[in-house]
Design a protein around this ligand. Structure first.
Ligand code: ATP
Length: 305
């Protein structure tokens, strides 16, 4: 469990993290989202004791990271791939980490296996591809068999097979009751991997919700309608209080706040021909842009959130 309470961090005039309060629960994969510069990395660094908060606190299992007994056995972290001695063999890197963290050497073979690196364990990390380096970073995070995992962009550089492997692994680790916090910009991947989402913008919490709750709150299901007469249909459904967007890339108007059957009735009453009517669930990417786009608009108008 990770508890973040009124956590803030400023760099000069820049408020990177602004009174952030949230709980990352065990047994779930929690996705951490936000535009570039939103404060994700700074938050993760404060959770891991690498950055001192200006105010507030981040606790892991009830205490700050720095007060954890044998922290590498409690918390596994991947912040950026590449902080490996390039001349060192993968297996030696992990052995060295295990010694430093008071972790049994037997874990080295186990995490090499878990990350698919056993065949290349004796190769030097400097010759690793981006994806292999990322797997090595994940192996290091898993070394202490930790109950909490904090991963920043772990999908970077993984091939499609690696992406599926990581998704399955993270879901299994969460199912074992671990706390998994995962920052990523890859929305489609997040939609498949995360159970809950924390979204921040300009250092502030914008959403803390399950994925279905987040989708419902930021778009939900809409009715996609294709018609040769889009403007009369737009006016007719708007008169009844529905919202209309589009036409989208496929030429369909997207109607919100009105069931498909009613859209059909309104069209019939107005003598408007329909070529297609269907339900369309909002994607995580669309929901995210609605939320963060709206937050930016409010901020530019000087509105407080
Ligand atoms: N050491 C630092 N010194 C000065 N400013 C910093 C420092 N670290 C972060 N910042 C600023 O704090 C804000 C938040 O940065 P942060 O890296 O936490 O965002 P992020 O959400 O992780 O972004 P990205 O998605 O691009 O990685 C940015 O405006 C950044 O420029």
């Amino acid at each position: 469990m990770i508890d973040v309470h009124e956590l803030s961090r400023s760099f000069g005039d820049t408020v990177a993290v602004d009174r952030l309060t949230c709980t990352v629960r065990p047994g779930l994969v929690t996705g951490f989202l936000g535009p570039n510069g939103a404060g994700k990395s700074t938050t993760l660094r404060m959770i891991l004791g690498l950055e001192r908060p200006t105010a507030g606190q981040a606790l892991i299992a009830g205490v700050p990271y720095r007060e954890l007994d044998r922290p590498l056995r409690r918390v596994g972290a991947l912040l950026s791939a590449g902080d490996v001695h390039r001349g060192r063999r993968a297996v030696d890197h992990l052995r060295w980490l295990a010694r430093a963290g008071g972790i049994p050497q037997a874990r080295v073979g186990r995490v090499l296996e878990l990350t698919g690196l056993t065949p290349v364990a004796r190769r030097r990390a400097g010759g690793f591809s981006l994806g292999m380096g990322q797997r090595l970073g994940i192996a290091a995070a898993l070394l202490g068999d930790p109950e909490v995992l904090v991963l920043d962009e772990p999908v970077n550089g993984l091939d499609p097979e690696g992406v599926v492997w990581l998704r399955t692994l993270l879901r299994e680790l969460a199912a074992e009751g671990r706390t998994v916090l995962l920052a990523s910009h890859l929305m489609s991947e997040m939609a498949l991997t995360a159970d809950r989402l924390l979204v921040i913008g300009r250092g502030r919490l914008l959403a803390d919700a399950s994925v279905p709750e987040f989708l419902a709150a930021n778009g939900g299901t809409r009715v996609a309608v294709r018609t040769p007469d889009p403007e009369p249909l737009r006016r007719a459904v708007e008169r009844e209080g529905a919202g209309v967007e589009g036409p989208d890339g496929t030429g369909a108007l997207l109607v919100s706040g009105m069931p498909a059957a009613r859209v059909g009735e309104v069209a019939a009453a107005g003598g408007i021909t329909l070529h297609e009517v269907g339900e369309r669930a909002v994607s995580l990417e669309e929901a995210y842009f609605r939320l963060t786009g709206e937050a930016d608009a409010v901020a530019y108008r000087g509105g407080a959130r």
